[in-house]
Design a protein around this ligand. Structure first.
Ligand code: GLA
Length: 347
């Protein structure tokens, strides 16, 4: 592809995966705990050094150009230009790149196609210009590109999952200090990602409103982040007006579910982990109020057809669900869910 567009060979190929979050939703911007795992689906760049940014995106069949210091334009190139911008902002004299992008990560499904693109871009730039960046630094720069350049106020879970995660492992990430632990996922079970067919637009959704509500809850409670509170502090929330009480309760109980879930997996208690996933969905639906009727119906169908646990994954407001299913139950599970929810798309 690169050869056809630019008339020469690329210097290298870099890629990064999408992610699915198993537990710990809407906690990463509250200094909390998350537990995502990378998907097998990758975003791949064939790349070479360049003066300025010149990228062909296979998904859009489109070649775009931008100067390194030009502002964002509200298009797909923002994610790549934002990476160059973030590096230059930190004093790395990166002049640009030429690249062809191909992505297997579905867009708009809550599976972090944007983080996959940012991390793949930064990996390409790191290799092209021999930048002294470790994988955590890559994740931080990717998040900076998305927040400061693209203009989406996301947390750092997606970029960390894409940069530091390993296939077959859950990544326990403490967003307070970015410490991580890889936890093997249980043998004999499948992590099943199902798209609800209802598209989701993160920037336009209630995501920023939820962040603001969390900030307001903190101000009223006199804490710097909701991470300072544990389930023992739940009685303190009675001083909060709705919906702040519910929002805070979700974040506090969700952090506890992540810790308990990791303990359960390490003890080989898959049923317990599944129950925590399902409890997370209920909390996202009732307290955080980021589910939709379709996501609820899909999760119910998944549980009815044999999932050990199921929940919406990512920001919510549409997008995908994640379910844990025993290998031997998978076929009847898939058929049953497809029958009850015909729009379901299995990844
Ligand atoms: C989006 C954001 C993440 C995280 C999730 C919700 O995926 O990009 O940082 O906040 O929503 O858990």
């Amino acid at each position: 592809m690169f050869q056809r567009i630019f008339g020469c060979q690329p210097q290298l190929v870099a890629s990064a995966p999408g992610r699915v979050n198993l537990l710990g939703e809407h906690t990463d911007y509250n200094q909390g705990l998350v537990f995502p795992t990378p998907l097998p689906h990758q975003t791949t760049l064939e790349a070479a050094p360049g003066e300025g940014i010149e990228v062909y995106a296979e998904s859009f069949k489109e070649l775009k150009r931008r100067k390194p210091d030009e502002p964002r334009q509200g298009d797909w190139l923002d994610y790549i230009a934002g990476c160059v911008w973030a590096l230059r902002r930190h004093g790395y004299g990166v002049p640009g790149l030429r690249a062809c992008v191909r992505s297997e990560v579905p867009m708009g499904g809550g599976l972090s196609s944007s983080a996959a693109l940012e991390v793949a871009t930064l990996r390409a730039l790191r290799a092209l210009y021999q930048l002294p960046l470790d994988d955590v630094a890559i994740a931080r720069l990717a998040q900076e590109a998305e927040v400061e350049y693209v203009g989406v106020r996301c947390g750092i879970m997606d970029q960390m999952a894409a940069s530091v995660g390993r296939p077959g492992y859950g990544l326990l990430l403490d967003t307070r200090d970015l410490s991580t632990r890889l936890v093997p996922l249980p043998q004999g079970y499948r992590v099943v990602v199902v798209d609800s067919g209802v598209p989701r637009r993160l920037a336009e959704s209630g995501y920023n409103a939820r962040r603001q509500e969390c900030e307001e809850a903190c101000a009223r409670l006199g804490v710097s982040s909701l991470r300072e509170l544990t389930p023992a502090d739940l009685p303190r929330l009675s001083s909060l007006p709705e919906p702040l009480l519910r929002r805070a309760r979700h974040v506090i109980t969700e952090n506890a579910r992540v810790l308990e879930g990791v303990e359960a997996l390490e003890a080989g208690d898959v049923q317990r982990f599944g129950a925590l996933m399902t409890a997370s969905h209920a909390s996202l639906r009732d307290d955080y109020q980021v589910s939709t009727p379709e996501l609820d119906r899909l999760v119910e169908a998944e549980l009815r057809h044999g999932a050990v646990g199921a929940r919406l994954t990512g920001a919510g407001f549409g997008g995908a669900t994640v379910a844990l299913v025993a290998e031997e139950d998978y076929e009847p599970f898939r058929q049953g869910v497809q029958r009850d929810y015909p729009a379901a798309r299995f990844l």
